[in-house]
Design a protein around this ligand. Sequence first.
Ligand code: NAD
Ligand code: MG
Ligand code: MG
Ligand code: MG
Ligand code: MG
Length: 346
Amino acid sequence: MTDDTEFTQPVYHEEDTNAEYIADKTVAVLGYGSQGHAHAQNLHESGVDVVVGLREGSASRSAAEDDGLRVATPVEAAAEADVVSILVPDTVQPAVYDQIEDELEAGDTLQFAHGFNIHYGQIEPKGGIDVTMVAPKSPGHLVRRNYEAGEGTPGLVAVYQDETGDAKGEALAYASAIGCARAGVIETTFREETETDLFGEQAVLCGGATALVKQGYEVLVDAGYSPEMAYFEVLNELKLIVDLMYEGGLTEMWDSVSDTAEYGGLTQGPVVVDETARENMEEVLEQVQNGEFAQEWITENQANRPKYKQLRAREENHDIEEVGERLRELFAWAEEESEDEEEVAE
Ligand code: NAD
Ligand code: MG
Ligand code: MG
Ligand code: MG
Ligand code: MG
């Protein structure tokens, strides 16, 4: 693990990238899920030679072929490629790396979209190769949709191992080919990307937001309000508030809600998410930084995920899910969203 506490973060755009770095190369995209399908198709349409690496009998094979892409096994694809983009789930990456390691020749690149396995030592890449990261800061279906619309998705770029001296140039060329440089590519490190990503999804985005929603829902329903009203107030409307923050930050959100909502929010928000919550967040960050969370998740996977399955079942059975399912049927927009998700979940 590196200990680079001084973060300098240049942002790169199209004019800072040079397609020559990748023009004559073959890129193997291993996996055809959320990120894989987007990277493979965007690279291909940007004129890069792409081969998708999938296991024999993988359900994604026909999807990749239908999208006009060449498909081989992960080992065949890695053998042929100069750049191997490893876009299978993080938990299976170490096993896939073991299969393809011998196919990586001096000067080849092993590329990630998330730093977990490198940062926590689950993959120890061989010498003689470059190791980089190009990580779009969004789900794959948006990476694809934005590219098709001529727009970009912001991304991160990082270099872990630079044997050729070209690692960053090549990663930026890749970032440009998948559309990220149209929006901006921020330079980071494997450590910073991994730790901030885990903290963000645990404390705020996935963990924090769902815990806030569930507690708010329970408080209203326990006080005798209808589940339908509670659902709309604490879950449905959350998207509208987040959209405003996404577009114009906190200020635009506060400007858009009523003065009453603004005053009440500014005074009561810190009462709910108080100093204790901050201390809990610091504890979450600590466990990310010292590798405790990573070890727990690795052990959980080795044991076939007992706690994960239990927690997931409990979440699916929460009352708010039943109410939400009924209410969302009333909205056409919800149907469109779930179609998008099906596309991703192939
Ligand atoms: P995913 O679960 O959507 O896709 C997995 C793909 O890998 C599928 O095509 C599956 O068939 C294939 N696969 C599974 N096991 C395999 C095996 N043993 N051998 C070969 N192929 C196998 O994955 P994802 O969410 O796109 O994640 C890929 C990488 O991108 C991860 O490192 C993740 O952290 C990173 N990432 C994801 C997102 C996101 O929003 N999904 C965003 C940024 C970065
Ligand atoms: Mg090779
Ligand atoms: Mg993330
Ligand atoms: Mg993540
Ligand atoms: Mg309201």
